[in-house]
Design a protein around this ligand. Sequence first.
Ligand code: NAD
Length: 287
Amino acid sequence: MPASSVKEMAVIGAGTMGAGIAYTAAVNGIDVFQIDVADTALDRARSYHAKTFDRSVQKQRLAAEDAKAAAARITYTASMAEAKTAGWVVEAATEAVDLKKKIFGQMAEVFAPGVVLATNTSSISITDIAAAVPDRAERVIGMHFFNPVPVMKLVEVIRGLATTDATVTETIALAERMGKTAIPANDRAGFVSNRVLMPMINEAFYAWMEGVAEPEHIDEIMKLGCNFPMGPLRLADFIGLDVCHDIMMVLHRELGQDKYFPCPKLRQLVVAGRLGDKTGGGVYASG
Ligand code: NAD
């Protein structure tokens, strides 16, 4: 397979995932526009990048001059238009189908025809998102990274109904250039990873709500008993409780079974604004 020749990438959304994708692209020699509508998110991404570059140098994963060069490759902006020269776009905004469709409509206006419009959605149908840009649907694809992006090796690659073979091939090549292993999954809600993971996390909230055990014990049992590196409630704090909730809502709506309805305990924390590590507390008091 030919190596990816992407020079400039736009990453839309500077939250947990967008910041990680931008960092990983920059470290692998790609110029990045990190875009977000919220200044606070851009500031957080900037400080996350500074910290992550520092840590990589300390741990000798990156030479100091390479870290400096990679940091200089990232431009932070609230304007999608500023990124119009980019040859690849990854959308990593909030997990809401209407929002993503709106953003894809804007992307189709800003970026040149032929540019791949990828989404990092965890659960929403790629075909559904592509329907917002019917003239560009063959270049729309799911490029699902995992958290934390600089560390996690997997990219789940999901083609929509109209996605071409060329788009898939280029996506796999780019994922590999970013140091990842690309594995295909079909376009059903949650794909493979979240179809399996999220109901388990949701069930852990039920176990907590029903008093089967306290969160610490639920997590320790799953760690020691199932050899998980992290218990499901701790993982939920790490992912973001709002993200877990939104994914369950998509599974519920698309797969049409009650078992996918978000646990009331999960909903309660989300409504209270306790979203996990990103807000300084979720299931646990701090991340
Ligand atoms: P997040 O809440 O940390 O960040 C989302 C960002 O999108 C916010 O900063 C928000 O300001 C921004 N945003 C909202 N509307 C926007 C717009 N119109 N233009 C630009 N930016 C906009 O969420 P996240 O955890 O980074 O998740 C982002 C996407 O990645 C979601 O689709 C999610 O399902 C997916 N995902 C999340 C994880 C995870 O572990 N958190 C893993 C894989 C995939």
